[in-house]
Design a protein around this ligand. Structure first.
Ligand code: ADP
Ligand code: C5P
Ligand code: MG
Length: 224
């Protein structure tokens, strides 16, 4: 089945799901801030479904027969933002699959929305977010992390030239999204410069303040 059958998601005039039933936390931060690293930790402790918009785009890019493959490749290499219709449809499809197959209702949407139009369209036509987890990190730290990641990631954009373009896009296009959510008191900001475990401690604190707690596993003693 193609990943994108029709690009209808972004044009719907009412939301597909209610925020009472489906919880979406957007995860934002510059390239290399540690979004994916922190999301992996949150999945283990909170049972979220983690969906990275970048991963979904790379998957679609590599899907044989995709009519969007070449376009996505170009955008990723240039560090610019793929038109929202494609990304929103990929996210909606992945959310539906996780609901149907894994009974998931709590989502970390990582690396999205990276542009104001994406934020507005997703909240209008898919589901309004609960809040945004924002990892704040200076560019020199992010650059060092990305170059280190680039030694093994195989990514076409973990190189100095693409990184520069991605930083520019982040400042000019993606930060306005964070600023808008901030003005609605919908941002949990975490400093992302310390070690992954230290950043995670602050992340957990931030989620707790918004009423999100880890899953507590209950062990029932048996006589066996
Ligand atoms: P993002 O998803 O925001 O682009 P990643 O989670 O992929 O970032 O992290 C980028 C790189 O930096 C990875 O190689 C990761 O292992 C490393 N990294 C992530 N968080 C930290 C941290 N707090 N300190 C040092 N390195 C980190
Ligand atoms: O989040 P990640 O670093 O994996 O994203 C890689 C690239 O994918 C971005 O630089 C951008 O070109 C593209 N992307 C996008 N729209 C998103 C997320 C990622 O165009 N919402
Ligand atoms: Mg990532």
């Amino acid at each position: 089945m193609p990943a994108i059958e029709q690009l209808g998601a972004a044009t719907r005039t009412s939301s597909l799901w209610s925020p009472d039933k489906v919880t979406v936390i957007f995860v934002l931060g510059g390239p290399g801030a540690g979004k994916g690293t922190q999301c992996a930790k949150l999945v283990t402790d909170y049972g979220f479904k983690h969906l990275s918009a970048g991963d979904l785009l790379r998957e679609e890019q590599d899907r044989p027969g995709s009519e969007f493959g070449e376009m996505i490749k170009e955008y990723i290499r240039e560090g610019t933002i793929v038109p929202m219709e494609v990304t929103i449809q990929l996210l909606e499809n992945a959310m539906k699959a996780a609901m149907d197959k894994e009974n998931k209702t709590m989502f970390l949407i990582d690396g999205f929305p990276r542009k104001l139009d994406q934020a507005h369209a997703f909240e209008r036509s898919v589901v309004p977010s609960k809040f945004t987890l924002f990892f704040d990190c200076p560019e020199d730290v992010m650059q060092e992390r990305l170059l280190e990641r680039g030694k093994t990631s195989g990514r076409a954009d973990d190189n100095v030239e693409s990184i520069k373009k991605r930083f520019k896009t982040f400042v000019e296009t993606s930060m306005p999204v964070v600023d808008e959510f901030e003005s609605q008191d919908k941002v949990v900001k975490v400093m992302a410069t310390r070690s992954p475990d230290e950043v995670y401690e602050d992340t957990k604190k931030g989620l707790k303040e918004r009423g999100i707690e880890p899953i507590t596993l209950k062990f029932v003693k048996t006589n066996a």
